[in-house]
Design a protein around this ligand. Structure first.
Ligand SMILES: [Zn+2]
Length: 225
């Protein structure tokens, strides 16, 4: 099977061939001659089952779909679209697992019982259940957040920002954060998520997404008992 056969199976919703490809290819995110991955083709063709099969096999939604947009960025802009919802749901589940992992590591570094972690945006105290991890690129994708950051930078009147436009200033700040922050990730409180990262985390379907995640978590919990 070639990569083109594989991505075509995704576009056609040919689940049998798709499953064979998932088992055969080491990297299921390899782009075809149209520069699309199998997940991208499933999304563009509206093939829900194929998309789910690929997401279950850990296909990436952070690859480019069309133009400059990634699959996840496309999904955030959709309304009442089952595939977009599925993409956002898998992304959210991954985020919860990633956050749990970071908290586990963080707790190992705590020395005293009252040690805690602080929100990387507002510096308020946070717990695992009221925080979420965002990677640095996502943080800088948020217009409400970058708007505020840009205004803060202007207010500083720092010489390094003189004669620079918005993008140049934000790129500079992002680079500084990258150089100073080993983890490349922000842990953000619920309040700051609601204020700045609503669209990044939930797209247009926060209520349905939270409900679906709770159902999955309840299901996982009762399965173990
Ligand atoms: Zn906060």
């Amino acid at each position: 099977m070639t990569i083109s056969d594989f991505t075509k199976a995704a576009a056609d919703g040919d689940l049998e061939t798709l499953q064979k490809g998932i088992e055969e290819f080491k990297n299921i995110d390899t782009p075809d001659q149209d520069n699309q991955t199998a997940l991208g083709k499933a999304v563009l063709a509206g093939q829900l089952d194929a998309a789910q099969m690929l997401l279950n096999a850990k296909a990436s939604a952070k690859v480019k779909l069309n133009g400059d947009k990634t699959i996840i960025q496309w999904a955030r802009e959709q309304k009442d679209n089952d595939i977009a919802f599925l993409i956002l749901l898998y992304n959210y589940m991954d985020r919860i697992a990633y956050s749990a992992n970071i908290w586990e590591k963080t707790r190992k570094t705590f020395k005293r019982p009252d040690d805690c972690r602080y929100c990387d945006i507002c510096s308020g105290k946070i717990q695992e259940e009221d925080s979420l991890a965002l990677d640095l690129d996502e943080v800088f994708e948020s217009i409400p957040y970058t708007d505020r950051l840009y205004q803060q930078c202007l207010a500083l009147q720092a010489p390094q920002f003189r004669n620079k436009d918005r993008k140049e200033i934000l790129d500079y700040v992002k680079e500084q954060i990258k150089n100073n922050n080993k983890s490349d990730c922000y842990m953000v409180c619920d309040h700051c998520t609601a204020r700045f990262f609503q669209n990044i985390v939930y797209g247009n379907c926060q209520e349905d997404l939270v409900e679906a995640v709770n159902e999955i978590m309840d299901g996982a919990g009762s399965g173990k008992e």
